[in-house]
Design a protein. Sequence first.
Length: 418
Amino acid sequence: MKNKFFYSFIYLFVFLLCVNTAHAQQQNYIIKSLLDIASTIRSEFYKQVPEETLYNGALKEIKQKYNLDVPAVKDQRQFVSAISSFFKKYPSDSGKIGELAVKGMIKSLNDQYSLFFDTQQWEYFKKVSSGSEFTGIGVELAKKNGNFIIVSPVYGSSAQKAGLRAGDVIVGVAGKNVKGMDDLDVLNLFDGYANTILDLQVVRNGQVKNFKVKRTPLSMHAPKGSILKAGDQVGYVRIFYFSDKTDLEVKKYLENMKNRGIKKLIIDLRDNPGGDFKASVRLASMFLGRQTVVTRTRNGGVSEKVVGDSDKIFDFKTVILVNRGSASASEVFSGAMQDYKIATLIGEQTFGKALIQSVYGLQGNAGCKITTAKYYPPSGRDILYKGLTPSFKVATPEPREKVSDDVCINTALNYLKK
């Protein structure tokens, strides 16, 4: 289904490469693609959605852009007629109308994690996901209750150094009140050249706070491993983000620790916003073996167990450090480790993003991500918007540069002495 979705977008944006193609042919491609996309969204989105919801969402976005008054539609025939009327009125804007229609369909899902990326945001997303260097202040954002919030600041970023925290609600960017603004417009305000200053206004614990944050070149850090000297030697691995290579990178550290006879381990997932779902499942299977890591439900409530694909490799006495910035793939891994009693969680309640997005690259250098499943830890508990509850809560769960100053790490070391 994903290939079908991808190639539907190729049709949609093919006009960008075929400037000499007749308008009528372009418009036929776009209409066909929109119908295919609507069909695929209905089958892939994790909740059931009527086709007329998607059609009217598409028309709403177009009508707002062109200030048109077009009645709602009830079926495919009426939708095609409405799109065709837009093409006749604005024959040179067929590509833009198609893009607006897709954007409107995704917005109509009323899902804060499903987003359309224009060229600017798609380039940014690809760089972050691949680990390439990108320019920004270094925050992972998500929508919650209609607001953009900081899931976590990137380790070592100017956002972290400025004091921005997980859970901060964004209310102002670059001097603009962002309440009610289009998602893409808000995201694009964060972009800018290196060494320029971004003014941010956030709400934290009911209080408004202002920050000036420098945009700098940065990249997502690879995992780091070390040996903590505290009585018995304890292995320590900090995972900042799950890329598609994270499981292999962590495996190297763990194999080295195992070969050195280390029996105790701390895995630090604080301020880890998630990332590659499959990498988190692969890492979990190194501790669980071929057991269920998560159960995910798709469109219409169809359940599917995601099982580890390797034998158990490691058998450390393990603690996982978490905080409110631990989300998504971090919760996949932590939830499985907690449910099988392989690890003890220490820190604070996690973010609670129990949804899986599929990402689609589009011809014309655009993209989108759509929520395609909801997941549950092996026990079946619902952690969406609730998060995972640690066995030991820590009042100051933020990471510190020095181990001696880090309350979470010291709590973990004391626990592992038992």
